[in-house]
Design a binder for this molecule. Structure first.
Ligand SMILES: NC(=O)C1=CN([C@@H]2O[C@H](COP(=O)(O)OP(=O)(O)OC[C@H]3O[C@@H](n4cnc5c(N)ncnc54)[C@H](OP(=O)(O)O)[C@@H]3O)[C@@H](O)[C@H]2O)C=CC1
Ligand SMILES: O=C(O)[C@@H]1CCC=N1
Length: 273
């Protein structure tokens, strides 16, 4: 397998997720003329060409023949037809990296020539700002060099872990869908501030900086979430009053159930193939 720097990388589907990984890769220094955006939407292609000077095409077979690394970022239900359109252009030395939720690497391999390596990845949208979390799992034909190449596609997007594929549904439940849980909390905190009389822009600033500060303490410090929460909670004070309401309304159980539901939905998407 070659180094990523010498590879042409095609992104099939440049919606929310594909374009975030593409953007991080180009900002990270990968030559834009070695990046190919492929999408059914000519408007999306025009936007990406303008923003990042990447090459574009709507011809899947042409892209498959031109690239070495192939990032599949269409909706799970669109994956089989896309792979069939790609297959004729792929051969030994090619790597297919799929970010589609639930779609198993074995199901992807069935559509492709035997010589093609497949890796599955569960990324998330903070890749767009270089703060993504991606978990990479090798398929049955993905050796160490191909796995390293797959990781290097994601490294400009943020943190990267390698795990066996059996964990990817749970990963999807925590970090794949997780940004939406954080945005949901941000919406609710902002709304609470507005209800209590703060101007919306002020409530938004307070919420965003508070979540950023809390996440930075978790990321950079040694202390667990439990210890950090206890340090905010003065006995008989304001925080315990607020947290008691979250407990009364079973918020912790609701978040655990949300992770379970997203995990189960990922597995279900895989069975639908
Ligand atoms: N969004 C997220 O946070 C995450 C998404 N994922 C996974 O990423 C994948 C993409 O999700 P997301 O970016 O949200 O979806 P989007 O709908 O935003 O993007 C998918 C893009 O692919 C295009 N497309 C569909 N079929 C083809 C085709 N045959 N060839 C080229 N382009 C095609 C779509 O066009 P059109 O709209 O015309 O169909 C669309 O522009 C999904 O499989 C999802 O599970 C994984 C982790 C996180
Ligand atoms: O909602 C979804 O299905 C995709 C996969 C993980 C995040 N978004």
């Amino acid at each position: 397998m070659p180094d990523l720097a010498s590879c042409t990388i095609a992104f099939y589907g440049v919606g929310a997720m594909g374009s975030a990984i593409l953007a991080a890769l180009v900002r990270g220094g990968h030559p834009a003329d070695q990046v190919l955006a492929v999408d059914t939407s000519s408007e999306r292609l025009r936007e990406l060409a303008e923003a990042y000077a990447v090459r574009t095409t709507s011809d899947v077979a042409e892209a498959a023949g031109a690239a070495d690394v192939h990032v599949v970022a269409v909706k799970p239900g669109d994956v089989p037809a896309l792979l069939d359109a790609m297959a004729g252009g792929l051969g030994a030395g090619d790597l297919v990296v799929s970010v589609a939720a639930g779609v198993m690497s074995a199901a992807i391999e069935e559509h492709l020539p035997d010589a093609v390596a497949v890796a599955r990845v569960m990324p998330n949208t903070p890749a767009l700002v270089g703060q993504g979390m991606a978990v990479v799992s090798p398929g049955s034909r993905c050796g160490d060099e191909a796995l390293a190449l797959a990781r290097s596609v994601l490294e400009p997007s943020g943190a990267v872990l390698s795990l066996p594929e059996k964990h990817l549904d749970a990963v999807t439940g925590v970090s794949g869908s997780g940004p939406a849980y954080a945005f949901y909390l941000a919406e609710a905190m902002t709304e609470g501030g507005v209800l209590m009389g703060l101007p919306r822009d002020v409530a938004t600033t307070l919420t965003v900086q508070t979540l950023l500060g809390a996440a930075t303490m978790l990321a950079e410090g040694e202390d667990s979430a439990t210890i950090l929460r206890e340090r905010v909670s003065s006995p008989g004070g304001t925080t315990t009053a607020g947290l008691a309401v979250l407990d009364e309304r079973a918020t912790r159980a609701a978040v655990v159930a949300a992770v379970r539901a997203a995990t189960e939905r990922s597995a279900e998407l895989g069975r639908a193939r």
